[in-house]
Design a protein around this ligand. Structure first.
Ligand code: COA
Length: 273
């Protein structure tokens, strides 16, 4: 398949879906895919129509990790140094910076294989919904290396250390159901329900206030690394920013609807009459 089609983008009323599109290579990430993801995410982050971003894979695989041939083997030579450096940088930036800090909520829809470098894709997403029978694996040890780049950092944050260590040392594959049990995935659902479940989540997110969603993402991700006093100060600064950017909508229509008896926010309910 030609390199121009390795990533697909669909838009449906604010819900954008990126599909890794090398099904014949189990959606392994080659330099062309890194370049296209880098470009796409640079553009999408400034696109205010994006209310939710879903990432998934074409065919039976989510993503088989880095392309062992095109990303590693063929780039090992001195003559390919420039492409190697460029691809490495793009690969890190789009997964561990652009996607991790994407302004709108992001959902990884893990439909099948998810190996090695693909862990940094899912750990950078806010929500991970896996098919129960998807296959995850930190397979690097099986080809005589380790989860390098930022994969080790990402799994240390998003998997319990005992499980990260076990799966990284053993290279043993595990199911989507297991990924949810250990907290790597938000949830696992039967494969035939995967799209509908992701759609349900995306539509619910689309109804929320986008500025409040962004603040929720920032405060959860960034205050995690602060001490108590810093976290409080940062949170209060965000509160001011939220009020300013929304023109006080949380106080006016948000709390206003509750006071007028038109909503029960605790139950995520609104009176639509
Ligand atoms: N890099 C490059 N090519 C890959 C790939 C990868 N990570 N994963 C799969 N492919 C390619 C295969 O080389 C094969 O290409 P070919 O048809 O031109 O020979 C094609 O995808 C299908 O792979 P195949 O092994 O025949 O399919 P499968 O369904 O039996 O097994 C996997 C799929 C993903 C389990 C197996 O290919 C695999 O173990 N891949 C390596 C996964 C990995 O360790 N990734 C971590 C990288 S950081």
């Amino acid at each position: 398949m030609a390199d121009e089609n390795v990533v697909l983008l669909e838009e449906d009323n604010g819900i954008f879906t990126i599909t890794f599109n090398r099904p014949e290579k189990r959606n392994a990430m080659n330099p062309a895919m890194h370049q296209q993801m880098h470009k796409l995410l640079s553009d999408l982050r400034y696109n205010e129509r994006v209310r939710v971003l879903i990432i998934t894979g074409a065919g039976e695989s989510f993503c088989a990790g880095q392309d062992l041939k095109e990303y590693f083997y063929l780039l090992a030579d001195e003559s390919t140094k420039e492409l190697r450096e460029r691809s490495r940088e793009q690969s890190n930036q789009w997964r561990s910076h652009m996607l991790r800090l994407f302004p709108a909520p992001t959902i990884a829809m893990v439909n099948g294989y998810c190996f090695g470098g693909a862990f940094s894709v899912i750990t950078s997403c806010d929500i991970v919904v896996a098919a129960e029978d998807a296959t995850f694996g930190l397979s690097e040890i099986n080809f005589k290396t380790a989860p390098l780049g930022l994969v080790s950092r990402d799994i240390s944050e998003k998997m319990p250390q005992r499980q990260a260590m076990y799966y990284a040392l053993m290279g043993e594959p595990f199911s989507g159901k297991r990924a949810a049990e250990i907290g790597l995935a938000t949830m696992a659902v039967p494969k035939e329900q995967l799209k509908a479940e992701v759609r349900r989540i995306a539509e619910a997110l689309r109804e929320k206030d986008p500025i409040a969603l962004k603040v929720t993402k920032d405060v959860l991700k960034i205050s995690q690394r602060m001490d108590y006093e810093e976290a409080y100060a940062y949170s209060m600064a965000l509160a001011g920013d939220l009020t300013y950017k929304q023109d006080g909508a949380w106080m006016k229509s948000g709390i206003g609807e509750f006071i007028e008896g038109k909503s029960r926010p605790g139950l995520n309910e609104k009176d639509t009459h």
